[in-house]
Design a protein around this ligand. Structure first.
Ligand SMILES: [Zn+2]
Length: 214
């Protein structure tokens, strides 16, 4: 069951691999298939070897409902996000290089250019906890109350959205912003942010005019 959801997980697994957001078997992806069920990447299987039948379906407490493979070790991170935010349908966790550089520095990413403003004023860094722990999930969810993209201290990035397409776009935007920020910081010169008044105007303008909305 839920074939089309499993296919999407496989497709976006290849996308995060080919866009260099992950290497090997790192990172994980999930998608809500019903109010209380998600499809999630299995633990330790390379993205380019993954097929739809490998994708487990689990409930929001981590019990496997369908599939033979063990779900991602970060299933608690994913399930706690879905339990906390009813409007979230997709979660992507990556080890994108520049986002991880900021996470190692424990340095939040300010909205240094306009596209980042669409995600928020600042992408926060959640407090450190070990990979796969409930503590890590709780720390990320705490930050996610303010920003749907979170840098995980000494670990990576997690983006949550209404769809996998949106979550993937967020990963791309945050990573590009992080790259620009790290490169700007490395010059040693002052890094300027967009002032609050212009930031508010930019968000308002982009929400009303960006894209092909009628
Ligand atoms: Zn990770």
């Amino acid at each position: 069951m839920y074939e089309q959801f499993k296919e999407l997980i496989v497709q976006y697994g290849l996308k995060i691999l080919r866009s260099n957001h992950v290497s090997g078997t790192s990172g994980n992806i999930s998608l809500r298939v019903l109010d209380d069920l998600i499809a999630i990447t299995p633990s330790g299987i390379a993205y380019d070897r993954l097929s739809a039948q490998d994708i487990p379906i689990i409930d929001l407490h981590g019990r496997v409902i369908e599939g033979d493979l063990k779900p991602s070790v970060e299933y608690q991170l994913h399930t706690l996000i879905y339990r906390t935010f009813e409007d979230i349908n997709a979660v992507i966790h990556t080890h994108s290089i520049y986002s991880t550089v900021l996470s190692v520095l424990h340095k939040p990413l300010p909205a240094i250019y306009e596209t980042l403003l669409m995600i928020g004023d600042v992408i926060p860094v959640s407090e450190y906890a070990n990979a796969g722990s409930l503590e890590l999930a709780k720390n990320v969810v705490e930050c996610m109350k303010k920003s749907r993209a979170v840098l995980m201290a000494n670990h990576g990035l997690v983006c949550a959205a209404k769809s996998l397409e949106q979550a993937f776009d967020m990963c791309e935007t945050v990573e590009r912003g992080a790259q620009i920020y790290v490169m700007a910081l490395s010059t040693g010169l002052p890094v300027h942010q967009i002032d609050q008044e212009h930031a508010r105007e930019a968000i308002d303008f982009l929400r009303r005019n960006y894209g092909q909305q009628p």
